[in-house]
Every structure is written in structure tokens, then in C-alpha cells.
Design a protein around this ligand. Sequence first.
Ligand code: ADP
Ligand code: MG
Length: 616
Amino acid sequence: MADIIQLLPDHVANQIAAGEVVQRPASVVKELLENAIDAGATRIKLIVKDGGKTLIQIVDDGKGMSVTDARLSFERHATSKINCAEDLFHLNTKGFRGEALASIAAIAHVEMHTRPEEDELGTLIKIEGSKVISQEATVTPKGTSVSVKNLFFNIPARRKFLKSNQVELRHITDEFHRVCLAHPSVQFYFYNNDSELFNLPSTNLKKRVVHIFGIKTKEKLVPIEEETQVVRISGFICKPEYAKKSRGEQFFFVNNRFIKSPYLHHAVMASFDGLLRTDTSPGYFIYLDVDPSSIDINIHPTKTEIKFDDEHTLYAILKSTIKHSLGQFNVSPALDFEKDQNLDTPYVLLNKQAQQPDITINPGYNPFKEDGFENGAGRFSKRLPAGEWESMYVGLESKVGREESFSTVHFESDTITGSIFEEQPGEEGIGATTFQLRRKYIVTTIKSGMLIIDQGRAHQRVLYEKFLKSITVKETLSQQLLFPISVTFSKAELAVLDEIKESLTSLGFAFGAFEREELQITGIPQLINESEVGGLLDQLIADYQMEISGNVDTQSEVLSKVLCKSLAVKTGEILDKESQQALVNALFACKETNRSPFNKLIYVTITERDIDNKFN
Ligand code: ADP
Ligand code: MG
């Protein structure tokens, strides 16, 4: 038999290896930023076009490369960072595999300008798909500039797989944040499509956090500090009252390298035990310094996972360090129960007479009766076209006898009142008989038995369709605010806000001027309370970021989902009769009545026959 095994040509091997190192533009950004840091740069500039699909450029003022090194740096396994396997245990650089530049050059058009300080002329190398196109001497500043154009130009399947520019930009921003947070003394710039996103001066960690995440972060931070034989811990945790539902600002760095560690995250959560609202988790910026020989960072090609020799000890130390800080800074209420600072009178009010607040109550107020529900063209005052509720019978038909369903459909489908919902003597309207069960379900009778409706899910469905409609038909129900509310946002949050602004406007938000990190909000949707706005927008931005990146939903769907989730009534809320009935009515006026926007069952039907069977 003829020999069939052959060695893969280098460019093919590089392309395969590239798949491991470069998943998306953000991976290129990470590798190039890390190279710049390893080269001892004090200023690093990141320039991105079209979410990194068209251009990623990183310019540093680091040590640069000689002519030979410049050429060699694109070879696979070419690294200046280790000489032998033993070196792997004493690493204090970011790179060591010598794969990044080779991989990137295999799948993009790369240009590198580089010059060490001592040389007069620098080197310019152009490489496309692993092929060196040109190499020449050039005049260039000290340091290195690598530009990567047309990523995945030779792997169309990969290129097609990339997400929208906005999503890719977000991934890039995440990587950028990680490197910036690990190196606060390095100055960073970040430009996207010619506009400046970040300009971060050389500073300390606390200021770096504030520069990235906005001035409002400042009051959230509590420092942590601990030094033991196995680990030095430093950084900041966020106060529990600022904990969010999303897992946004959570960072672990080990020896200044960003890592992910569900195990250590658990330690943080454990130390906040009892201080957090359900389903929220706190932000943190935690730096661990350990002996490099006690960790193995080689277990994952993109190097965000790490193996510690003694995880359990680390867990325990981290947990007690955070607990200690929470106590020391009076964040933990149990440790400071003698005095509640909220009860202190602000200085300016000390000698003033207390004033009786004016309270006006509208006794007829009913949250479910607002706008779309009740106005002239209100949904449940109009008759439902048969098609919308007929589906209810589909389920029933199989359960009840043919005759019964026949009679229901043909003789009583005229109005809702006369159809599926049973009329009670003396009472009018649909779903007239309702009661609330365990502050969770609404029970209502129908001709053939009864419905048990999950109140939260039903309300989510009602609100979801309402919001979706507002966005798509741009039928705004806005309340103008007499006094605009100022809310602070970080640059990253503002970028997201910009993306969803149009939809928010359709929902009834109105935005005014933006000054010194503060955005004026001049109008809000009618369904929202003024006091909720700040928190709601924060949640909206965070959830939107999370949802949209892994999701097939459109922007309007994502926003409507986020909003309906936070605004819908919850389990545990008491609803009066009127609200119960309004909710039932509104639900059955929806396009889809069976499933919540999160695809959960909204109600179950119990037929008379089901009940009869119980008695048999
Ligand atoms: P690694 O970082 O794992 O060594 P890379 O492929 O990222 O592998 O880089 C290969 C080599 O090129 C590095 O070891 C370093 O010597 C050199 N190099 C890469 N980027 C720079 C830079 N910005 N400045 C100076 N040298 C660099
Ligand atoms: Mg590298």
C-alpha cells in the first residue's frame, strides 16, 4: 500500500491553530494588547473599525523588535518569553505559546511597523494568509503597531459566523476592560470608527475603575486587602445594595491576568450571604497574587481558566477577606445595628420644622386600567374576533364531549361575555367571577370548568404585547416630567443606550441633554414610576447586553421582554377583584394567551369532567 500520511503545510497548520486562538475580533484584540503589555508599553492605542471586521490596530510604545525578530515573530512557536519547559512555572508575561501572531497572520491581512529605541530605522512587514508580501525598512516611532484587516478573509464560513458590529464591538470592549483593569498604570486609548470611546490616563486601580465604569461607581466600591503566605488579595467589591441581576462587572485577576473562576465566584457569593436580594450578584474587582509556580495557566488555549494548587485554601481566605471588609466598612447591617444612618437628619434640615407632606390619592386608581386597557378602543371592551379565542376550545374539545363543545362554539360565541366565561347572575362582564389563590394564581370560571392563571406570567404577556406594539407602531404613551431626572451612565452603558434609544423613545422615554456623565430624562412611559427609572434603565442596559449577544430575538423583542419582566406583578402581590378581572380580560385580548414571553405556561384548564372524575 502506498504511503498516505503527509505533514500539513505550515499555512494549513497555522489556519487550524488560528481557529483555537482567534474566535472573533475580540480574541485578536486580547492577544495584541497582551503583546503590547509584555513589551513594556506605557501607552497603548486600540483602533477598531466595524466591530473589528474591517480593522483592528494596536499601537504601543514598547520595546519594539529588531529586523530578524520582526520576521520571526510570525512563525509558529516563536516566542521570546520562554526558553524551556521549566520557564512555564515562573511566567510573569501574558504570552508564552508563540502562537498569536502566526495565527492572526494566517487568517487576515496583517501589517506590522516596529522599531526598537536603539535602531534608527524600523521594519515594515506585510503578511496575508501566512504569506509574507513584503518586508522593508521604514521610518516609524519607537514601539510596535500591528494592524489586522479583513479578519477571516480566507475562511468565509468563519466570517459569516461573526455577529453584528455592535455585538463584536461589545466583546472587544470586554477584552479591553479586562486588560485596562489589570494595568491601571498603563495609559489606554480606544477609538471606534474614528470616535473616541475611552481615554484612560495612567492612574491607580480605584480611579481606573471609575474612569471605565463611570463616576457613580465610586460610591459603590469597598476596598479589600489581605496578605497571607499563599496569596495576596487586593481590589474592590461593590456594596450589596448595588448588586445586579446580570453578571456584569465581575473581574478576577490572578497575577494581573484576567481569569474566570466559578469556584472563586462562589466564594464571593458566600461571603455576601444574606446581604443580597434574590437573584442578584455583586460587582467585584479582585486581584490575587500568587506564586507563579502554584498555578497552571496552560490548560486552556485562550488562557482565561486557571488551575490553582490549593483551591480550597484560596476559597477560604477570599471569603473571610470579603466578609471582613463588609464588616469593617459597615456594609454588613448585622454589625452595625445600633445606628441606622438613614435615620440621621441631614445637616441642612436640622433646625427646620417638619412639614406635613401633601398627599393626593386617587381612590379609583387601578394599575390595570391604564390607557390601552380601557380607553375607547380598549382591548377588552371590543369583541374578540373568533379566531383569537377559538384556540381555547382546541384543548377543551378533546376533554369535553363533542356535543358540549359544539354548543359552546355555535351558540355562545357572539360576545366574550356569552362564550367561554360563565355569566353570574347579577354580575356583568367577562371573567366576572375571579379570586386570587395564594397571592399567585387567579382562578376564574369558564363554561366547562375553570381556569387557573399564573398572575405574573399573564401580566408579563399583557405587558410584552403592549410594549412590542408601542415600539413597532410608535404609539407613544409618555408622561413628560416637570423636573427632568439625571441619571449617570458609564461610556459603555451610553453606547448601549445609544443603540436602543430609538426603541426607548417609542416606548415613551424622552431624553434631554447629556453632560458630565449625566443624562437628562425628560419623559417616561406611563406605566413606570419616576422613582424606578434609574434602576430600570440600568437593568435594561445590563439585560439587553446579555440577551442580545446570545439571542435570535430582535431588539424590540428583547427590550419588551426585559421591561415586562421587571414591571409585571409578581407572585406574592395581592390583586383586588377589579385588577384580577382586568388582568384576565387583558390576557384574553392578547395575540397569544397560552405562553408567557419566556415560553412558560400561563394557565391550566380544569374541566367539570376533571372535577367529576375526582369524585368517582
Ligand atoms: P507570545 O506572546 O506567546 O510569545 P506572539 O505570537 O504573541 O507569542 O508573539 C511572538 C513574539 O513576538 C513575542 O514573544 C515577542 O517577542 C514579539 N512581539 C509580539 N508583539 C510585540 C510587541 N507589540 N512589541 C514587541 N515585541 C512583540
Ligand atoms: Mg502574545
